[in-house]
Design a binder for this molecule. Structure first.
Ligand code: BG6
Length: 472
């Protein structure tokens, strides 16, 4: 297929950028916020900061939102910290936490920036972990109550809601990121029970929002990236298809169709990991429908056939959200020789993003919002008070070209919210791995003055939003 003319971005396209509470806010124990697992994690990867101060946005949100307005964001995706709203997860409501997000949302609205709220981004209150965490339905119920509080408080101000950030990555890589706690001696089985309980929480929440605020919209926010076969060898194609089911479609089939993906369910049964499904669960899952699909995209995965004895992955030791683990006997993760990598070893695949858009659209026919995409790099602040991040501009440009290709292909895309609006602390690679349009002046362990600086990408994105087209 050859397009001479690409379709333009829609006039009301939601140009945005993202953050998450524990990675940006800091103020970890202020104003009644309860602790989360990662606050107390002792074995953070060597040389990386904790999250106690992060970008200190809790104290500087007005300045940050003013910069976002100057850049021209039409929307901003951020997450609400459950443990600021209900410090122990299911007990007393914390008025200071409620107030903080009212102020934050009001500030965005005053600047004509549409809030896109993630309800849960990796930060389970630790008090719930101590009661069995997500493996227990106490947490499912607590989440639904938390959601009700959010909808009552902010439902008339917020039009776009996201339930759970990257549930699939919490299940596949949560241990590595220090964001999922399991206690049983069969952790994989427990993980898939956690998964099931999260699906129930999500379904109940989506149905509740529709009842409480019919005009508002809600969707899931998994990390979706298309899985390629390593070659046209039929066994490689089957391996890729199987991994697509386990990594991607399991999550979206449940969120959108309310049912377990057949291939993924067969995989779970074969391992003895199928969750316990209680009476009424399937009806709950079926009862909810999202209004859109939000997804995070960084790159694709490539899988080969994995005969026993052949290893699971070429890069098991590096495995994280974007470097697949593979599994001997099922799918072997291999590098894609056609792709370059970031400084942190993540493959870069803009065309794969077009493929991912098409695959999701073909399967579900729901409008899409990209809620993360971006380049983690070792940015340097220069003497002119700028960061010359032409590499980031290049990365974003290529992904947006492919987004325009996908729009031209007929995919309905509502918005683009790259990671991140402002530098945050990475999930496991510290402050040095920066993604923002706005630089935060701090190092791993030296907090300096935490001042904000505009990167070159700030001005590039500003121009793009003003003109609604990619700068020449
Ligand atoms: C996603 C998460 O997995 O990727 C974010 O939703 C995260 O929380 C982002 O920060 C980038 O990953 P990392 O590991 O570079 O911080």
């Amino acid at each position: 297929m050859y397009h001479k003319e690409l379709k333009p971005f829609p006039q009301d396209f939601l140009w945005s950028a993202s953050t998450s509470a524990y990675q940006v806010e800091g103020a970890w124990d202020e104003d009644g916020r309860g602790p989360i697992a990662i606050d107390l994690k002792k074995d953070l990867p060597e040389g990386t900061s904790d999250y106690k101060v992060a970008a200190d946005q809790y104290h500087r949100y007005k300045e940050d939102i003013a910069l976002m307005a100057e850049l021209g964001f039409r929307a901003h995706r951020f997450s609400i910290a459950w443990s600021r709203i209900i410090p122990d997860g299911d007990g007393e409501i914390n008025p200071k936490g409620i107030e903080y997000y009212h102020n934050f949302i009001d500030e965005l609205l005053a600047q004509n920036i549409e809030p896109i709220v993630t309800m849960f981004h990796f930060d389970t209150p630790i008090a719930l972990d101590e009661k069995g965490g997500w493996a227990s339905r106490t947490t499912t119920d607590a989440f639904v109550r938390y959601a009700e509080v959010l909808f009552k408080e902010y439902g008339s101000k917020v039009k776009y809601w996201l339930t759970i950030n990257e549930q699939n990555m919490m299940i596949l890589h949560g241990h590595k990121l220090g964001i999922i706690t399991t206690t049983s001696d069969d952790p994989d089985k427990e993980l898939y029970q956690i998964n099931h309980n999260m699906f129930l929480a999500q379904a109940k929440t989506m149905a509740m929002l529709h009842q409480m605020h019919p005009e508002a919209k809600i969707g899931p926010a998994p990390n979706i990236s298309y899985v390629y076969p390593a070659s046209s060898k039929p066994e490689d194609v089957i391996a890729a298809d199987n991994y697509n089911a386990v990594r991607n479609w399991l999550y979206l089939d449940l969120a959108v169709r309310g049912e377990y993906n057949t291939l993924a369910w067969a995989y779970l049964e074969e391992h003895g990991w199928a969750p316990t499904i209680e009476e009424g669960d399937l009806e709950i899952l079926k009862s909810a429908r999202p209004d859109f699909i939000a997804f995070n995209y960084y790159n694709t995965t490539t899988m080969a056939d994995a005969p026993l004895g052949g290893g699971a992955s070429e890069r098991s030791e590096d495995a994280d959200q974007q470097i697949a683990e593979g599994e001997e006997g099922y799918f072997k993760a291999v590098s894609n020789p056609h792709l370059q990598m970031t400084d942190f070893g993540w493959e870069i695949d803009p065309v794969g993003m077009r493929m991912t858009y098409r695959a999701i659209w073909d399967r579900y026919r729901l409008p899409l919002i990209v809620t993360e995409n971006g380049l983690g790099a070792f940015d340097q602040l220069t003497d002119d008070g700028r960061v010359h991040d032409d590499y980031r501009i290049e990365y974003l440009r290529k992904h947006l070209e492919q987004t325009q290709e996908a729009i031209t292909d007929g995919v309905e895309i509502l918005g683009y919210s790259p990671w991140t609006a402002i530098d945050v602390v990475s999930t496991h690679q510290g402050v040095a791995k920066r993604y923002g349009f706005i630089y935060v002046n701090r190092d791993e362990f030296d907090l300096k003055d935490l001042a904000r600086y505009r990167k070159d990408s700030f001005f590039w994105y500003q121009q793009l939003i003003q003109t609604n087209e990619l700068p020449p």
